[in-house]
Design a protein around this ligand. Structure first.
Ligand code: F6R
Length: 624
């Protein structure tokens, strides 16, 4: 979703801002803009463009004599429309009516209409339909009133604003100074050598090239950033706050496509390696050949986790699908009751959370607004909140009591792939560790599962070798307007995930169903046009799924099946089969999801679509 960059220092700001915006493109956006200024420069200059950052870059190149520009301060933004259509007028940065201030903003100011009416009474006029323009005028109102003290004006304005925000404000009069603030939307400040320059980002991606020293602004904090000085941080109530400088550890090679045509394909193919990273130091094969699971997150909270009588998993989208697999893993191995909730529903119900309940929040980005709100609610009600997160240092990682990083590296493709397998890997390790401590799994089953888990990355490689075949057969399905995905048991969430992947990037409508549910309705859709993806690997429900497939076959549906190596029976029913290596049922999703990801990818590529940045989608959904 929207991205923010900012810079003050002695270099020309515009190239740094544009590069940073390119690096944030993966978050999803529909327009972009920058504002730049410099000491002795009479006006803030604003450039905007609808569509891609490339369009903005072209506008800036036409107007600014780079690289000699003295404009060494600036803010930039990629906007994902919430209030008002995607257009140049609605794109950020927004200037105040006086032209003294420019602002970029992620989030939503919920009471903007009321504020707008009040500002209109004071003579302010508005060019855009956005809540952000209202906020910059409100800051301007206090700025003009209080002797042009920007930080104070930001405090006063935020005191009146209701909603979520990450903002950066610059002022025409003092281009050695920026003010940033956040509430429920992340912001990171990178510190250059001896405080001679600062880099700001809505995540660390655009900063790591320049510095590894960062400050993660906490919720409800305002940062006063001035060249040559330490950053001053105050809370919204104007009391001063501690400043903690951290080292950010982000592998910059993960931010390039590394020879692949798309980030999504790169990330699909990285999964064996990512899974190894996720298990490193956690799934340990001792010298005697026996396995142990070591999870540092369990050190302090093991007793509480073991005592849990009820686990609630909260997440959204793909992470919610991983949660459905987590439910089966925890219930099967630990015999603890588990519910899986959409974070967006959970947060607005009055959920029953009892003493000794544990809430597990799953999120790739660690910034999803609904999941964060669900965590807040769970904490207020006294639950222990455990995070399964990819974004290191992200808001969810910091809001949870404890947790496990999935360690799969930055995921840039908007459609989540390696994060899903990373989440399922962590859920498997967690279930195994808890089951071992609870004594709900025999030693033999524990050892067998750990052994098989450790073997999955090699088996994933075998599945990936079928990429070319999946590419070839995907061409046969681009005509389709609807797909059905069927699976049972551990493969039911994989059916949901396969359907979601196809919808997101190929814009073909797809539904995932528990295979046996099909005859209670969706079977009416089946005809010779309808591709049906059946997840039919060997598990205890294999025979049952075959019966469901026969129901489809007798109505002429076109079956594409994922089967266990050597399966001849399904081959007789299906039009196409893709084989995956044999494994234990509880580990099946880690293999069977890969053909789902590849199928969606190749169908979308064959349709000529923008796989990494599908329309209307954002990588990190920081508004509810
Ligand atoms: C699907 C996808 C989304 C996310 C969802 C949650 O490919 O990426 O459905 O899974 O927006 O995001 P996180 O995991 O960042 O909380």
């Amino acid at each position: 979703m929207c991205g923010i960059v900012g810079y003050i220092g002695s270099r020309p700001a515009a190239p740094i801002l544009i590069k940073g915006l390119h690096q944030l493109e993966y978050r999803g956006y529909d327009s972009a803009g920058i504002a730049v200024g410099g000491p002795d420069h009479p006006q803030l200059q604003v450039f905007k463009a609808k569509g891609k950052v490339d369009n903005l870059e072209a506008n800036v190149h036409r107007a600014l004599p780079l690289p000699d520009t003295p404009l060494t301060t600036g803010i930039g933004h990629t906007r994902w429309a919430t209030h008002g259509e995607p257009s140049e007028t609605n794109a950020h940065p927004h200037l105040s009516m006086s032209g003294d201030l420019a602002l970029v903003h992620n989030g939503i100011i919920e009471n903007y209409q009321l504020l707008k009416e009040q500002l209109t009474e004071f003579g302010y006029t508005f060019k855009s339909q956005t809540d952000t323009e209202v906020l910059v005028q409100l800051i301007d109102y206090f700025y003009q009133k209080n002797g042009r003290q920007l930080t104070k004006a930001v405090h006063q304005a935020l005191d009146k604003a209701i909603g979520a925000y990450a903002i950066v404000v610059m002022e025409k009069d003092d281009c050695r100074h920026l003010v940033a603030a956040r509430k429920a939307s992340p912001l990171v400040i990178g510190i250059g050598k001896d405080y001679s320059e600062f880099f700001i980002g809505s995540d660390a991606t655009p900063l790591v090239e320049y510095t590894h020293k960062v400050i993660y602004l906490d919720d409800e904090q305002v940062a006063d950033i001035r060249i040559g000085q330490e950053v001053q941080i105050t809370n919204l109530d104007e009391s001063s706050a501690d400043v903690t400088i951290k080292d950010v550890d982000l592998d910059i090679s993960a931010l390039s496509k590394g020879g692949y045509p798309h980030f999504m394909l790169k990330e699909i193919c990285e999964q064996p390696h990512c899974m190894e990273n996720s298990m490193r130091g956690r799934v340990i094969c001792r010298e005697d050949g026996l396995y142990e699971i070591k999870l540092s997150a369990l050190n302090h909270f093991k007793a509480k986790l073991i005592r849990a009588r009820h686990v609630i998993i909260v997440a959204c989208g793909t992470s919610w699908h991983a949660g459905l697999i987590g439910k089966q893993l925890i219930e099967e191995m630990c015999r603890i009751r588990v519910e899986v909730e959409y974070a967006s529903e959970f947060r607005y119900r009055n959920p029953v959370i009892e003493k000794d309940d544990v809430v597990i929040a799953i999120s790739q980005s660690g910034e999803t607004a609904d999941t964060l709100a669900a965590i807040q609610l769970a904490k207020e009600q006294g639950a222990l909140v455990f995070g399964i997160v990819n974004g290191v240092g992200s808001s969810i990682a910091r809001a949870t009591d404890t947790g496990i990083y999935i360690h799969v590296g930055p995921e840039i493709g908007v459609a989540s792939t390696k994060a899903f397998t990373g989440q399922v890997t962590v859920l498997t390790m967690l279930s195994l560790a808890l089951a071992h401590a609870l004594g709900t799994l025999s030693d033999e089953a524990f050892q067998q599962t750990c052994h098989e888990l450790a073997a999955i990355p090699r088996k994933m490689e075998t599945v990936l070798q079928q990429n070319d075949r999946i590419e070839q057969l995907s061409g046969r399905f681009t005509y389709a307007r609807n797909f059905l995905y069927l699976g049972r048991g551990y493969n039911y969430p994989v059916a949901l995930e396969g359907a979601l992947k196809l919808k997101e990037i190929s814009y073909i409508h797809a539904e995932g169903y528990p295979a046996a549910e099909m005859k209670h309705g969706p079977i009416a859709l089946v005809d010779k046009e309808m591709p049906i993806v059946c997840l039919t690997a060997h598990d205890q429900l294999y025979r049952k799924v075959i019966s469901n497939m026969q129901e489809v076959q007798s109505r002429n549906g076109r079956i594409f099946a994922v089967v266990t190596e050597g399966d001849d029976e399904v081959r007789r029913i299906a039009e196409e089969v893709i084989e995956i290596p044999d494994t234990m049922p509880c580990l099946l999703p880690l293999l069977s999801v890969i053909p789902m990801q590849l199928l969606a990818y190749h169908v979308a590529v064959k349709k000529g679509l923008d796989v990494d940045m599908p329309r209307n989608l954002a990588k990190s959904v920081t508004v509810e």
